[in-house]
Design a protein around this ligand. Sequence first.
Ligand code: TRP
Length: 446
Amino acid sequence: MSEPAREQWASRAGFVLATLGCAVGLGNIWRFAYVAGENGGAAFLVAYVACVVAIGLPAVLAEFALGGRARLDVVGAFSTGRAPRARRRAGAGAVLTAFLILAYYSVVAGWAYKYFAGYATGELRGLPRGEAAARFAAFLREPFEPTAWHFAFMASATAVVALGVARGIERASRILMPLLGAIVLLLAGYALSLPGAARGLAFLFAPDWSALARPGLYLAALGQAFFSLGVGMGVLITYASYVREGERLPRAAGMIAAGDTLFAVAAGIAIFPAVFAFGLDPAQGPALAFVTLPQVFALMPGGGWFATAFFFLLSAAALTSAVSLLEVVAAFGMRRLGLARRTAALLAGLAAFAAGVPAALGSGVWRDVALLGRGILEVMDYVTGSLLLPLGGIAVVVFVGWFVPRAAAVEASGLRSGALVRLWLLAVRYLAPAAIAVMLVALAGA
Ligand code: TRP
């Protein structure tokens, strides 16, 4: 045992489930659906799965190896070896990215809170199917409510981080993740029975191969893979630093990649048949999940209860993810500014709330403000997802592949089979850095 004072997960399953709790969130339901919808559906899915397997999974294992070896937070884990300036910048960039993602993530999670409350109190029950889109738009257009729900969500994430992560998050993830999985599967099953289901499935599973020629597709797929796995910002480094001796990291990484992807696909099956059954536009952007699912609930027997359960679990999944983001920012404040945990959590939460307000207003009163042809929330999502997370990912794989001595990296990864070691090294040293670099260059040229 290296440092007895260091916190640890209470069990092996706890580590996997907490990491899944970080991975599974709005990214799997809200973001996956809208990004896949904007990028042609099935072709996107092909590129997405390729990115998860070839780049995301090796990068997850790289973060695990780094965290398990250093048993320190992001900045500490990057603190040995050559090029100290570059490594410090990478650490600071990770904190900034976490902060920006958290800011608008909380806005969308606030929408989930609102829908949970709306279904729980009955306000949204019995909403006629045809009015779901108009009701959502009306909610967003109002300046106060979306901001208030954003505040409520951020306050709850701040409270969890202020209390300390370990037990709360681990226990919550253990109970909530399986429940959310079951609900999404049920919802997917029901969506399959809708009249337009076949077209929805074709959209999601029958690729229009010509779409694969667009470089923007790969960027979106890679960004989504990082976002959904929670890779590229040091969260997984931190979580892996709490593992117990003898944890099988490769197995955990595989379970997370598989579980996270299955979750997104199940959510896609729940959402896209409804999009086609109700004649909606799959490329309508961030509102997608909040407009289609209420229409499914309106048709389902007992839909009101189902909707309440669904939005409760979505809110909870978003909370476990947001906590991991806030923790990165708060930990930085504790270390660099010497703040107490509570103070750091409070300041980070308040600052992220303020940074998210424009995104909250951007879908309503400020909806005419557009940058790069997108709304404020979409721009924040696009810049962090397609640019900053891939940059963070490249930093991690290059560091583990080239700066950590090879034998130490392999040992820390826990990989035993020679073939897997070679594949992993190939991915972290060459494939992932090259693929990410090519995509970033393509982005610059786009
Ligand atoms: N993975 C989460 C989701 O899908 C979001 C998230 C949590 C995240 N921690 C992260 C994204 C770290 C990037 C990096 O909703």
